[in-house]
Ligand binder design. Structure first.
Ligand code: 9YT
Length: 128
């Protein structure tokens, strides 16, 4: 059994930071679960274009506020505690921070390997 505390990931290579978000990648491909599992903080006032063409992602909001907007139809969805969204169609979208840090739990299938960041089109590379 694997038992970890997210605090053990803070300040290690498994904590990946960009201008728009901080991702604490607690379970990765190397853990053999078939998915990766992250705590992510979306910084207030940021807008990130995301298109996971190689992955499916589910995002469960724990605290804070923000918004997700699908590119195909322009629909906007408010994000806050208890809301989950699942990119079951590899949906191209904008993820927007709100007034307070948005803390979410993210699951990726297939799992991330650890150091992925978005390329210019919002894509993470396919896992090897
Ligand atoms: C919700 C989302 O996709 N945020 C971007 C970062 C991502 N969750 C990650 O790599 O942990």
């Amino acid at each position: 059994m694997i038992v970890k505390n997210v605090k053990d990931v803070v300040g290690t290579p498994q904590e990946v930071k960009t201008q728009n978000w901080t991702s604490r990648r607690v379970l990765l491909q190397k853990d053999g679960m078939g998915f990766s599992f992250h705590e992510t903080i979306i910084h207030p006032g940021t807008r990130t274009r995301i298109h996971y063409v190689h992955h499916l992602e589910a995002v469960w909001c724990i605290e804070g506020d923000g918004e997700v907007q699908t590119v195909a139809d322009g629909k906007k969805y408010a994000l806050g505690p208890g809301v989950i969204y699942a990119l079951n169609e590899h949906d191209d979208h904008w993820l927007c921070g709100g007034k307070t840090p948005l803390r979410v739990i993210c699951v990726f299938n297939p799992p991330l390997t650890g150091q992925e960041v978005h390329d210019g089109e919002g894509v993470y590379p396919a896992s090897a």
